[in-house]
Design a protein around this ligand. Sequence first.
Ligand code: FUB
Length: 325
Amino acid sequence: MKTAKYLFEKDYMADPAVHVFNDRLYIYPSHDRESGIPENDNGDHFDMNDYHVFSTSDIENEPLTDHGVVLKVSDIPWAGRQLWDNDVAFKDGRYYMYFPLKDKNDIFRIGVAVSDKPEGPFVPQPDPMKGSYSIDPAVFKDADGHFYMYFGGLWGGQLQRYKDNKALECACLPEGDQDALPARVARLSETMLDFAEEPRAVYIVDEAGKPLKAGRNDIRFFEASWMHVYNGTYYFTYSTGDTHQICYATGDNPYGPFTYKGVILTEVVGWTTHHSIVQFKGKWYLFHHDCVPSNGKTWLRSLKVVELEYEADGRIKTIQGSAKK
Ligand code: FUB
């Protein structure tokens, strides 16, 4: 599948987190909707209020099965608004869905909902994860069985409101030669319901080992973390947000530092870009979204997939997004 294809044209879905469970591919997207909220830098127009789950045993030829609504804002006791990008992990017979949601004070926290099936429905815990903040949780299982959550996002994602895992009096967005704001990573506890440690910074460094600067917004981290391992190397992948690229950096362990390597996906139609990378039936795929079907409405995004290819030295071949310049 060398050309990107749309996956589900009946409705708007975005931010696909994708995993293989029981030899089947499961897609956990955000569910975009037309809420009528005006577009702003805070992302208020992304006012999603439920999740669906999709699955398939043949991503190239079979239509997706829609498992319907699996979790709603109205089911979540601590809910305020805005269910953004979620992810799901499997451990000891249970599936854990991690989701960012604003609480009743309009602060993004990360919640957990549990199911005994990959397609849900998922039952939320009564409170958000202790010590959680910001958005875009992505959960990675390392070869030794430990699970790590990567998270964080700038601007509407509120990451600039925190330093050393404490809320700041005033948000602080670095600029120019200051170090870029890093994503965060924390190992999960045995129960999968908490962090096992204080979240740490995910440093992305240049070839000289220096952290990327905020002024390099063409390549610095903004949101949408993902982690995969290819030939023993850890690939931390992310969106550059206001410059609309999916980039990657590599390291030799789940915490990093990760050395910046290049662009995976150039700009797509729409403001946001988001992705996941998964191996299925011997091929690697890049799941993502764009706004072509909604004629560029940034808050109405559609799921896409395309094959991802590596060079012999482990570099990822750049894929052209739909916003060709
Ligand atoms: O879907 C809302 C937000 O848009 C996500 O959390 C970000 O990653 C961006 O795709």
